[in-house]
Design a protein around this ligand. Structure first.
Ligand SMILES: [Zn+2]
Length: 235
């Protein structure tokens, strides 16, 4: 992967439709850069890929290192090389958007990738508990997700942002995952506050490689654009 090119496997829309039995291996994702996020087979937890290691963030804040052969039905990754680093204070999640908007005046219609390191005063994270039956849609799983809050924690957030007019395709999306510095907890970020200021590294992405599944499940999916559904479950 060239620096700051974005690789994605499958589409968020397919995940919303519950297409998540199989996918690419952890070893393959690990070859696609140095950071990323996604989910595992049957949507069992959240995936966070950080500097060569793929972590499975599970319900109740548990974390395990994924096996090389674990299957990933949806993921986005990049070989992240920061183009700008800034100290930011986060009142809430919108301040991440504000920092991305301030990157420069032509990033609005480009993809953006970022990494935030430091001390967070508050985080609310969710982890999906996994499907109870094949094809169970993500919108339904969202209602039974595990939600944890953390106060005064050190850690890292990995995030991707899609230009607004692209979101219907289910590429990247507004997506950010957190992992504690000791790698003992983490999840998909719903709320975040960093009163003291954290280091935010950012880069723009103008090359996006999308690999689509060739499975029957994928071809049978409706892939309906469900922005409201995505918003409800991804926060
Ligand atoms: Zn997520």
């Amino acid at each position: 992967m060239e620096d700051n090119h974005i690789y994605q496997y499958s589409l968020l829309n397919a995940l919303m439709d519950g297409v998540c039995e199989t996918g690419i291996s952890v070893a393959k994702l690990a070859s696609k850069g140095n950071q990323g996020l996604g989910t595992f087979s049957r949507m069992d937890g959240e995936l966070l890929f950080l500097d060569g290691t793929v972590y499975q963030l599970q319900a109740e804040g548990n974390v395990r290192e994924a096996d090389e052969s674990d299957q990933i039905p949806f993921a986005v990754s990049t070989n992240f090389v920061p183009q700008q680093t800034r100290e930011v204070k986060l009142k809430d999640k919108d301040d991440i958007d504000n920092a991305l908007n301030a990157f420069n005046d032509h990033s609005r219609n480009l993809f953006m990738t970022y990494r935030i390191n430091g001390h967070f005063s508050y985080l609310k994270c969710r982890t999906v508990r996994g499907q109870e039956y094949k094809g169970q849609p993500l919108s339904e799983l969202g209602k039974k997700q595990s939600v944890e809050t953390y106060e005064d924690v050190e850690g890292t957030i990995i995030g991707f942002r899609t230009p607004k007019n692209w979101q219907g395709f289910g590429v990247a999306g507004e997506h950010l995952h957190f992992i504690k510095a000791d790698k003992k907890a983490g999840g998909h970020v719903l709320e975040v506050t960093a009163e003291k200021g954290v280091e935010m590294q950012m880069a723009i992405g103008s090359n996006v490689h999308v690999e689509l599944p060739t499975s029957e499940d994928f071809n049978a999916a409706q892939l309906v654009t469900d922005d409201a559904g995505v918003q409800a479950v991804e926060g």
